[in-house]
Design a protein around this ligand. Sequence first.
Ligand code: SF4
Ligand code: FE
Length: 495
Amino acid sequence: MSDVETFWAEFKKPIATADDYIASLRGRRMNVFFMGERVGEPVDNPVIRPSVNAMAETYRIASERPELATAHSDISDLKINRFLHVPASPADLVNKHEMQRELGRRTGTCFQRCVGMDAIGTCHSVTFDIDAKNGTDYHKRFLAFLKRAQAANVVIAGAMTDPKGDRSKAPHQQADLDLFLHVTRRDDKGIYVSGAKMHQTGAVNSHWLIFMPTMRLSAADKDWAVVGAVRVDAPGLTYIVGRQTNDTRIVDGGVMDAGNAQFAGQESLIVFENVFVPHQHVFMDGEWDFASSLVERFTTYHRSSYVCKTGLGDVLIGAAASAAEYNGVEAASHIKDKLVEMTHLNETIYSSCMAGAHQSKPVASGAYINDEMLSNVAKHNVTRFPFEIARLAQDLAGGLMVTMPSEKDLQNNEVGPLIRKFLQGRDGVDVTDRMRILRLIENMTIGRNAVGYLTESLHGAGSPQAQRIQIARGMKIEDKKARARKLAGVKPAQK
Ligand code: SF4
Ligand code: FE
Protein backbone atom coordinates (compact mmCIF):
# COMPACT_ATOMS: atom_id res chain seq x y z
CA MET A 1 0.00 0.00 0.00
CA SER A 2 1.35 3.44 -0.83
CA ASP A 3 2.11 5.96 1.85
CA VAL A 4 -1.05 7.87 0.97
CA GLU A 5 -3.29 4.79 1.00
CA THR A 6 -1.86 3.82 4.38
CA PHE A 7 -2.84 7.24 5.66
CA TRP A 8 -6.46 6.97 4.60
CA ALA A 9 -6.65 3.39 5.86
CA GLU A 10 -5.75 4.70 9.32
CA PHE A 11 -8.85 6.90 9.15
CA LYS A 12 -11.41 4.15 8.49
CA LYS A 13 -13.07 5.47 11.62
CA PRO A 14 -13.46 9.23 11.06
CA ILE A 15 -12.38 11.74 13.68
CA ALA A 16 -15.57 12.49 15.60
CA THR A 17 -14.61 14.37 18.75
CA ALA A 18 -12.04 16.86 20.01
CA ASP A 19 -10.37 14.01 21.91
CA ASP A 20 -10.24 11.82 18.77
CA TYR A 21 -8.60 14.71 16.99
CA ILE A 22 -5.90 15.16 19.63
CA ALA A 23 -5.26 11.40 19.64
CA SER A 24 -4.90 11.47 15.83
CA LEU A 25 -1.94 13.85 16.09
CA ARG A 26 0.11 11.54 18.26
CA GLY A 27 2.94 9.31 17.08
CA ARG A 28 3.56 10.96 13.72
CA ARG A 29 6.99 11.17 12.12
CA MET A 30 7.12 14.93 11.83
CA ASN A 31 10.25 17.02 11.76
CA VAL A 32 9.30 19.85 14.15
CA PHE A 33 11.67 22.32 15.81
CA PHE A 34 11.00 24.84 18.56
CA MET A 35 13.49 26.89 20.60
CA GLY A 36 16.47 25.17 18.97
CA GLU A 37 15.35 21.64 19.69
CA ARG A 38 13.56 18.88 17.86
CA VAL A 39 10.09 18.41 19.33
CA GLY A 40 9.41 14.73 19.98
CA GLU A 41 5.65 14.89 20.41
CA PRO A 42 4.19 18.33 19.64
CA VAL A 43 0.89 17.49 21.40
CA ASP A 44 2.76 17.09 24.68
CA ASN A 45 4.93 20.17 24.32
CA PRO A 46 3.51 22.61 26.90
CA VAL A 47 4.08 25.67 24.70
CA ILE A 48 2.54 24.06 21.58
CA ARG A 49 -0.36 22.36 23.40
CA PRO A 50 -2.60 25.46 23.76
CA SER A 51 -2.62 25.73 19.95
CA VAL A 52 -3.68 22.08 19.68
CA ASN A 53 -6.49 22.82 22.16
CA ALA A 54 -7.68 25.75 20.05
CA MET A 55 -7.79 23.63 16.88
CA ALA A 56 -9.64 20.90 18.83
CA GLU A 57 -12.47 23.39 19.44
CA THR A 58 -13.25 23.21 15.71
CA TYR A 59 -14.33 19.62 16.35
CA ARG A 60 -16.14 20.35 19.61
CA ILE A 61 -18.26 23.06 18.02
CA ALA A 62 -19.42 20.66 15.30
CA SER A 63 -21.19 18.52 17.89
CA GLU A 64 -22.35 21.42 20.08
CA ARG A 65 -23.54 23.78 17.32
CA PRO A 66 -24.18 21.55 14.29
CA GLU A 67 -26.46 24.15 12.70
CA LEU A 68 -23.41 26.42 12.36
CA ALA A 69 -20.46 24.09 12.17
CA THR A 70 -21.66 21.23 9.97
CA ALA A 71 -23.03 21.09 6.42
CA HIS A 72 -24.25 18.54 3.92
CA SER A 73 -21.66 17.88 1.24
CA ASP A 74 -22.82 16.90 -2.24
CA ILE A 75 -19.26 15.72 -2.89
CA SER A 76 -19.28 12.94 -0.29
CA ASP A 77 -23.04 12.91 0.39
CA LEU A 78 -22.20 13.18 4.08
CA LYS A 79 -22.87 15.56 6.92
CA ILE A 80 -19.43 17.08 7.37
CA ASN A 81 -17.52 19.58 9.46
CA ARG A 82 -17.95 23.03 7.86
CA PHE A 83 -14.18 23.49 7.77
CA LEU A 84 -14.14 20.88 4.95
CA HIS A 85 -17.11 22.29 3.04
CA VAL A 86 -17.19 24.05 -0.33
CA PRO A 87 -19.65 26.95 0.16
CA ALA A 88 -22.71 26.25 -1.98
CA SER A 89 -24.94 29.21 -1.04
CA PRO A 90 -24.81 32.60 0.70
CA ALA A 91 -26.25 30.87 3.79
CA ASP A 92 -23.18 28.61 3.89
CA LEU A 93 -20.90 31.65 4.10
CA VAL A 94 -23.13 33.36 6.67
CA ASN A 95 -23.02 30.25 8.87
CA LYS A 96 -19.29 29.96 8.33
CA HIS A 97 -18.75 33.49 9.67
CA GLU A 98 -21.08 32.95 12.63
CA MET A 99 -19.10 29.81 13.43
CA GLN A 100 -15.81 31.72 13.20
CA ARG A 101 -17.02 34.46 15.53
CA GLU A 102 -18.25 31.87 18.02
CA LEU A 103 -14.92 30.03 17.93
CA GLY A 104 -13.11 33.34 18.48
CA ARG A 105 -15.27 33.90 21.55
CA ARG A 106 -14.62 30.42 22.88
CA THR A 107 -10.85 30.49 22.46
CA GLY A 108 -9.78 34.15 22.48
CA THR A 109 -7.22 33.22 19.84
CA CYS A 110 -6.65 31.91 16.32
CA PHE A 111 -8.18 28.44 16.02
CA GLN A 112 -6.13 27.91 12.84
CA ARG A 113 -8.43 25.92 10.60
CA CYS A 114 -9.77 28.60 8.24
CA VAL A 115 -6.81 28.80 5.86
CA GLY A 116 -7.41 25.21 4.80
CA MET A 117 -11.17 25.80 4.55
CA ASP A 118 -10.57 28.76 2.25
CA ALA A 119 -8.02 26.79 0.20
CA ILE A 120 -10.70 24.12 -0.36
CA GLY A 121 -13.23 26.63 -1.76
CA THR A 122 -10.52 28.19 -3.92
CA CYS A 123 -9.16 24.93 -5.36
CA HIS A 124 -12.70 23.75 -6.14
CA SER A 125 -13.29 26.63 -8.53
CA VAL A 126 -9.78 27.13 -9.92
CA THR A 127 -9.28 23.45 -10.83
CA PHE A 128 -12.67 23.58 -12.56
CA ASP A 129 -11.63 26.62 -14.59
CA ILE A 130 -8.25 25.14 -15.60
CA ASP A 131 -9.92 21.95 -16.80
CA ALA A 132 -12.53 23.92 -18.76
CA LYS A 133 -9.77 25.74 -20.63
CA ASN A 134 -7.16 23.00 -21.00
CA GLY A 135 -9.00 19.68 -20.77
CA THR A 136 -6.94 18.58 -17.74
CA ASP A 137 -8.42 16.50 -14.92
CA TYR A 138 -7.41 18.52 -11.86
CA HIS A 139 -10.99 19.05 -10.67
CA LYS A 140 -11.70 15.31 -10.62
CA ARG A 141 -8.48 14.71 -8.66
CA PHE A 142 -9.36 17.47 -6.22
CA LEU A 143 -12.88 16.15 -5.63
CA ALA A 144 -11.52 12.64 -5.03
CA PHE A 145 -9.08 14.02 -2.45
CA LEU A 146 -11.69 16.18 -0.76
CA LYS A 147 -14.21 13.34 -0.61
CA ARG A 148 -11.75 11.25 1.39
CA ALA A 149 -10.81 14.18 3.61
CA GLN A 150 -14.48 14.86 4.37
CA ALA A 151 -15.15 11.21 5.18
CA ALA A 152 -12.09 11.01 7.49
CA ASN A 153 -12.80 14.48 8.98
CA VAL A 154 -9.13 15.48 8.92
CA VAL A 155 -7.61 18.96 9.23
CA ILE A 156 -6.36 20.46 5.98
CA ALA A 157 -3.99 23.41 6.32
CA GLY A 158 -3.54 25.92 3.51
CA ALA A 159 -0.01 27.09 2.69
CA MET A 160 0.32 30.14 0.48
CA THR A 161 2.94 32.69 1.57
CA ASP A 162 6.37 32.15 0.02
CA PRO A 163 9.46 33.80 1.58
CA LYS A 164 9.67 36.02 -1.58
CA GLY A 165 13.32 37.10 -1.18
CA ASP A 166 13.97 40.24 -3.26
CA ARG A 167 10.46 41.66 -3.72
CA SER A 168 11.48 43.48 -6.89
CA LYS A 169 12.18 40.16 -8.66
CA ALA A 170 9.93 37.41 -10.03
CA PRO A 171 10.32 33.85 -8.69
CA HIS A 172 12.56 32.70 -11.57
CA GLN A 173 14.80 35.79 -11.11
CA GLN A 174 15.64 35.17 -7.45
CA ALA A 175 19.27 34.42 -6.57
CA ASP A 176 17.99 31.38 -4.63
CA LEU A 177 15.22 29.68 -6.61
CA ASP A 178 13.80 28.11 -3.44
CA LEU A 179 12.53 31.49 -2.23
CA PHE A 180 9.29 30.54 -3.98
CA LEU A 181 8.02 26.96 -3.79
CA HIS A 182 8.58 25.24 -7.14
CA VAL A 183 8.69 21.93 -8.99
CA THR A 184 12.20 20.50 -9.07
CA ARG A 185 11.51 17.22 -10.86
CA ARG A 186 8.70 15.27 -12.53
CA ASP A 187 8.46 11.52 -13.10
CA ASP A 188 5.73 9.11 -14.13
CA LYS A 189 4.40 8.93 -10.56
CA GLY A 190 4.25 12.58 -9.63
CA ILE A 191 6.22 15.75 -8.95
CA TYR A 192 8.82 16.92 -6.42
CA VAL A 193 8.67 20.39 -4.86
CA SER A 194 11.21 22.50 -2.96
CA GLY A 195 11.03 25.86 -1.23
CA ALA A 196 9.27 27.12 1.87
CA LYS A 197 6.04 28.60 3.15
CA MET A 198 6.11 31.27 5.86
CA HIS A 199 3.74 32.10 8.72
CA GLN A 200 1.86 28.82 8.33
CA THR A 201 -1.09 28.77 10.67
CA GLY A 202 -1.71 25.53 12.54
CA ALA A 203 0.37 23.39 10.17
CA VAL A 204 1.86 21.23 12.91
CA ASN A 205 -1.68 20.56 14.19
CA SER A 206 -3.00 19.49 10.76
CA HIS A 207 -3.11 16.25 8.77
CA TRP A 208 -2.69 17.60 5.22
CA LEU A 209 -1.26 20.72 3.63
CA ILE A 210 -2.54 22.26 0.41
CA PHE A 211 0.21 24.46 -1.00
CA MET A 212 -0.58 27.20 -3.50
CA PRO A 213 1.28 30.01 -5.29
CA THR A 214 1.39 33.32 -3.48
CA MET A 215 1.04 35.81 -6.37
CA ARG A 216 0.38 36.50 -10.03
CA LEU A 217 2.94 34.65 -12.21
CA SER A 218 4.25 34.85 -15.77
CA ALA A 219 5.11 32.15 -18.31
CA ALA A 220 8.74 32.23 -17.10
CA ASP A 221 7.48 31.20 -13.65
CA LYS A 222 5.77 28.03 -14.91
CA ASP A 223 7.56 25.72 -12.44
CA TRP A 224 6.35 27.93 -9.59
CA ALA A 225 2.69 27.62 -10.66
CA VAL A 226 2.01 24.56 -8.57
CA VAL A 227 -0.79 23.45 -6.26
CA GLY A 228 -0.88 20.15 -4.44
CA ALA A 229 -1.75 18.33 -1.25
CA VAL A 230 0.81 16.58 0.95
CA ARG A 231 0.59 14.78 4.26
CA VAL A 232 2.09 16.97 6.96
CA ASP A 233 4.45 14.13 7.87
CA ALA A 234 5.64 13.60 4.29
CA PRO A 235 9.41 13.05 3.97
CA GLY A 236 11.27 16.28 3.19
CA LEU A 237 9.09 18.60 5.30
CA THR A 238 10.57 20.51 8.26
CA TYR A 239 8.56 22.78 10.58
CA ILE A 240 10.18 25.54 12.62
CA VAL A 241 7.54 26.81 15.06
CA GLY A 242 7.46 30.59 15.56
CA ARG A 243 8.34 32.28 18.83
CA GLN A 244 5.42 34.22 20.37
CA THR A 245 5.54 36.95 22.98
CA ASN A 246 5.45 35.47 26.49
CA ASP A 247 4.84 31.97 25.09
CA THR A 248 6.98 30.35 27.79
CA ARG A 249 4.99 31.86 30.66
CA ILE A 250 3.03 28.63 30.47
CA VAL A 251 6.09 26.73 31.76
CA ASP A 252 6.91 29.22 34.51
CA GLY A 253 4.50 27.51 36.90
CA GLY A 254 0.90 28.41 37.68
CA VAL A 255 -1.67 29.43 35.09
CA MET A 256 -2.48 33.06 35.89
CA ASP A 257 0.53 34.74 34.30
CA ALA A 258 -0.19 33.14 30.92
CA GLY A 259 -3.43 35.11 30.74
CA ASN A 260 -5.09 32.43 28.60
CA ALA A 261 -3.43 29.18 29.63
CA GLN A 262 -5.75 26.98 27.60
CA PHE A 263 -5.65 28.42 24.10
CA ALA A 264 -3.15 29.95 21.67
CA GLY A 265 -2.44 30.20 17.96
CA GLN A 266 0.46 28.70 16.06
CA GLU A 267 2.53 29.70 13.05
CA SER A 268 5.53 27.96 11.58
CA LEU A 269 8.07 28.17 8.79
CA ILE A 270 7.65 25.06 6.64
CA VAL A 271 10.63 23.98 4.56
CA PHE A 272 10.04 21.67 1.58
CA GLU A 273 13.03 19.67 0.35
CA ASN A 274 12.15 17.68 -2.77
CA VAL A 275 8.82 16.64 -1.31
CA PHE A 276 7.08 14.04 -3.48
CA VAL A 277 3.49 14.74 -4.54
CA PRO A 278 1.72 11.90 -6.39
CA HIS A 279 -0.21 12.93 -9.52
CA GLN A 280 -3.51 12.25 -7.77
CA HIS A 281 -2.71 15.12 -5.37
CA VAL A 282 -1.42 17.64 -7.92
CA PHE A 283 -4.10 20.26 -8.66
CA MET A 284 -2.06 22.67 -10.80
CA ASP A 285 1.28 22.17 -12.51
CA GLY A 286 2.45 24.90 -14.84
CA GLU A 287 -0.82 26.80 -15.42
CA TRP A 288 0.76 30.12 -14.50
CA ASP A 289 -2.12 32.06 -16.05
CA PHE A 290 -4.46 30.82 -13.28
CA ALA A 291 -2.21 31.90 -10.40
CA SER A 292 -3.75 35.38 -10.14
CA SER A 293 -7.37 34.16 -10.01
CA LEU A 294 -6.35 31.56 -7.44
CA VAL A 295 -4.77 34.22 -5.22
CA GLU A 296 -7.71 36.61 -5.65
CA ARG A 297 -10.30 33.97 -4.82
CA PHE A 298 -8.36 32.73 -1.82
CA THR A 299 -7.89 36.23 -0.44
CA THR A 300 -11.55 37.06 -1.03
CA TYR A 301 -12.56 34.08 1.08
CA HIS A 302 -9.87 34.57 3.67
CA ARG A 303 -10.24 38.31 4.18
CA SER A 304 -13.84 37.77 5.29
CA SER A 305 -12.71 34.87 7.49
CA TYR A 306 -11.12 37.55 9.65
CA VAL A 307 -14.57 37.91 11.18
CA CYS A 308 -12.91 35.55 13.70
CA LYS A 309 -11.44 38.71 15.28
CA THR A 310 -14.90 39.92 16.28
CA GLY A 311 -15.12 36.88 18.56
CA LEU A 312 -11.82 37.92 20.13
CA GLY A 313 -13.19 41.47 20.30
CA ASP A 314 -16.19 40.16 22.29
CA VAL A 315 -13.79 38.61 24.80
CA LEU A 316 -11.62 41.71 25.05
CA ILE A 317 -14.60 44.05 25.49
CA GLY A 318 -15.89 41.71 28.21
CA ALA A 319 -12.48 41.73 29.89
CA ALA A 320 -12.28 45.54 29.78
CA ALA A 321 -15.79 45.86 31.23
CA SER A 322 -14.88 43.38 33.97
CA ALA A 323 -11.71 45.31 34.82
CA ALA A 324 -13.79 48.49 35.13
CA GLU A 325 -16.35 46.68 37.29
CA TYR A 326 -13.64 45.26 39.58
CA ASN A 327 -12.27 48.78 39.98
CA GLY A 328 -15.73 50.07 40.88
CA VAL A 329 -15.95 52.47 37.94
CA GLU A 330 -18.29 50.72 35.52
CA ALA A 331 -21.03 53.31 36.04
CA ALA A 332 -18.83 56.25 34.97
CA SER A 333 -20.10 57.73 31.70
CA HIS A 334 -16.68 57.83 30.01
CA ILE A 335 -16.18 54.13 30.81
CA LYS A 336 -19.53 53.27 29.25
CA ASP A 337 -18.68 55.40 26.26
CA LYS A 338 -15.40 53.56 25.72
CA LEU A 339 -17.22 50.23 25.83
CA VAL A 340 -19.71 51.57 23.29
CA GLU A 341 -16.85 52.69 21.06
CA MET A 342 -15.17 49.27 21.28
CA THR A 343 -18.47 47.57 20.43
CA HIS A 344 -19.07 49.93 17.52
CA LEU A 345 -15.68 49.10 16.05
CA ASN A 346 -16.13 45.37 16.59
CA GLU A 347 -19.58 45.31 15.01
CA THR A 348 -18.34 47.38 12.06
CA ILE A 349 -15.92 44.56 11.27
CA TYR A 350 -18.74 42.03 11.67
CA SER A 351 -21.11 43.97 9.43
CA SER A 352 -18.67 44.18 6.51
CA CYS A 353 -17.78 40.48 6.78
CA MET A 354 -21.44 39.43 6.94
CA ALA A 355 -22.44 41.76 4.11
CA GLY A 356 -19.81 40.12 1.89
CA ALA A 357 -21.26 36.70 2.71
CA HIS A 358 -24.86 37.75 2.00
CA GLN A 359 -23.73 39.29 -1.29
CA SER A 360 -21.74 36.22 -2.34
CA LYS A 361 -22.10 34.87 -5.88
CA PRO A 362 -21.39 31.51 -7.51
CA VAL A 363 -18.51 30.94 -9.92
CA ALA A 364 -18.43 28.35 -12.71
CA SER A 365 -17.72 25.35 -10.44
CA GLY A 366 -20.82 26.17 -8.36
CA ALA A 367 -18.81 27.35 -5.35
CA TYR A 368 -20.03 30.61 -3.76
CA ILE A 369 -17.47 33.33 -3.06
CA ASN A 370 -17.87 36.42 -0.85
CA ASP A 371 -18.32 39.79 -2.55
CA GLU A 372 -14.77 40.88 -3.38
CA MET A 373 -15.10 44.59 -2.55
CA LEU A 374 -16.85 43.99 0.78
CA SER A 375 -14.36 41.31 1.71
CA ASN A 376 -11.45 43.66 1.11
CA VAL A 377 -13.18 46.42 3.08
CA ALA A 378 -13.81 43.94 5.91
CA LYS A 379 -10.17 42.91 6.12
CA HIS A 380 -9.05 46.52 5.86
CA ASN A 381 -11.21 47.29 8.90
CA VAL A 382 -9.49 44.39 10.64
CA THR A 383 -6.07 45.94 9.99
CA ARG A 384 -7.13 48.95 12.09
CA PHE A 385 -9.98 48.45 14.53
CA PRO A 386 -8.53 45.71 16.77
CA PHE A 387 -5.63 48.09 17.49
CA GLU A 388 -8.06 50.78 18.68
CA ILE A 389 -10.12 48.22 20.63
CA ALA A 390 -6.87 47.02 22.25
CA ARG A 391 -5.88 50.60 23.11
CA LEU A 392 -9.22 51.22 24.78
CA ALA A 393 -8.99 47.91 26.66
CA GLN A 394 -5.60 48.96 28.00
CA ASP A 395 -7.04 52.36 28.87
CA LEU A 396 -9.77 50.70 30.95
CA ALA A 397 -7.37 48.15 32.46
CA GLY A 398 -4.97 50.74 33.86
CA GLY A 399 -1.20 50.50 34.26
CA LEU A 400 -1.41 47.63 36.72
CA MET A 401 -1.80 45.35 33.72
CA VAL A 402 1.92 45.70 33.06
CA THR A 403 3.31 46.35 36.54
CA MET A 404 1.52 43.59 38.43
CA PRO A 405 3.59 41.02 40.38
CA SER A 406 3.66 37.41 39.27
CA GLU A 407 1.48 34.55 40.43
CA LYS A 408 4.52 33.15 42.24
CA ASP A 409 4.76 36.33 44.32
CA LEU A 410 1.07 35.99 45.07
CA GLN A 411 1.76 32.47 46.39
CA ASN A 412 4.76 33.62 48.44
CA ASN A 413 4.11 33.59 52.20
CA GLU A 414 5.93 36.85 52.78
CA VAL A 415 4.76 39.10 49.96
CA GLY A 416 1.54 37.30 48.91
CA PRO A 417 -0.52 38.90 51.71
CA LEU A 418 0.88 42.33 50.76
CA ILE A 419 -0.26 41.82 47.17
CA ARG A 420 -3.71 40.77 48.35
CA LYS A 421 -3.91 43.87 50.58
CA PHE A 422 -2.75 46.45 48.04
CA LEU A 423 -4.19 45.06 44.81
CA GLN A 424 -7.72 44.86 46.12
CA GLY A 425 -10.32 46.81 44.17
CA ARG A 426 -14.03 47.07 44.70
CA ASP A 427 -15.35 45.46 47.90
CA GLY A 428 -16.18 41.82 47.48
CA VAL A 429 -14.01 41.27 44.40
CA ASP A 430 -11.35 38.61 44.80
CA VAL A 431 -7.87 40.01 44.12
CA THR A 432 -6.99 36.97 42.01
CA ASP A 433 -10.05 37.55 39.78
CA ARG A 434 -8.88 41.09 39.18
CA MET A 435 -5.38 39.84 38.37
CA ARG A 436 -6.72 37.15 36.04
CA ILE A 437 -8.73 39.63 34.00
CA LEU A 438 -5.78 42.01 33.71
CA ARG A 439 -3.55 39.14 32.57
CA LEU A 440 -6.12 38.22 29.92
CA ILE A 441 -6.07 41.79 28.58
CA GLU A 442 -2.28 41.68 28.63
CA ASN A 443 -2.37 38.32 26.80
CA MET A 444 -4.60 39.69 24.03
CA THR A 445 -3.02 43.11 23.59
CA ILE A 446 0.72 42.63 24.15
CA GLY A 447 1.10 38.97 25.04
CA ARG A 448 0.83 35.64 23.30
CA ASN A 449 -2.59 36.13 21.74
CA ALA A 450 -1.78 39.65 20.53
CA VAL A 451 0.08 37.76 17.80
CA GLY A 452 -3.32 36.78 16.44
CA TYR A 453 -5.44 39.69 17.57
CA LEU A 454 -3.13 42.46 16.41
CA THR A 455 -0.20 41.69 14.12
CA GLU A 456 -1.99 38.88 12.31
CA SER A 457 -4.95 41.22 11.89
CA LEU A 458 -2.56 43.61 10.19
CA HIS A 459 -0.73 41.19 7.88
CA GLY A 460 -2.74 37.96 7.66
CA ALA A 461 -4.54 37.40 4.32
CA GLY A 462 -2.50 40.31 2.94
CA SER A 463 -1.13 43.51 4.48
CA PRO A 464 -3.24 46.71 4.30
CA GLN A 465 -1.81 47.82 0.95
CA ALA A 466 -2.97 44.57 -0.68
CA GLN A 467 -6.57 45.45 0.21
CA ARG A 468 -6.15 49.04 -0.97
CA ILE A 469 -4.99 47.76 -4.36
CA GLN A 470 -8.12 45.57 -4.64
CA ILE A 471 -10.37 48.36 -3.41
CA ALA A 472 -8.84 50.68 -6.03
CA ARG A 473 -9.45 48.08 -8.75
CA GLY A 474 -13.10 47.68 -7.80
CA MET A 475 -14.07 51.22 -6.87
CA LYS A 476 -15.49 52.15 -10.33
CA ILE A 477 -14.27 55.72 -10.02
CA GLU A 478 -15.28 56.66 -13.59
CA ASP A 479 -18.86 55.59 -12.90
CA LYS A 480 -18.88 57.64 -9.69
CA LYS A 481 -17.49 60.69 -11.49
CA ALA A 482 -20.11 60.38 -14.21
CA ARG A 483 -22.92 60.26 -11.65
CA ALA A 484 -21.62 63.30 -9.80
CA ARG A 485 -21.16 65.30 -13.02
CA LYS A 486 -24.62 64.40 -14.27
CA LEU A 487 -26.29 65.62 -11.07
CA ALA A 488 -24.17 68.77 -11.06
CA GLY A 489 -25.15 69.50 -14.64
CA VAL A 490 -21.64 69.11 -16.03
CA LYS A 491 -21.87 68.39 -19.75
CA PRO A 492 -19.98 65.29 -20.96
CA ALA A 493 -16.63 66.25 -22.58
CA GLN A 494 -16.78 66.48 -26.41
CA LYS A 495 -14.71 63.76 -28.02
FE1 SF4 B 1 -9.11 31.45 11.18
FE2 SF4 B 1 -8.84 33.89 12.08
FE3 SF4 B 1 -6.93 32.12 12.58
FE4 SF4 B 1 -7.19 33.03 10.13
S1 SF4 B 1 -6.65 34.26 11.96
S2 SF4 B 1 -7.00 30.86 10.71
S3 SF4 B 1 -9.38 33.35 9.97
S4 SF4 B 1 -9.02 32.05 13.34
FE1 FE C 1 -4.25 33.96 9.30
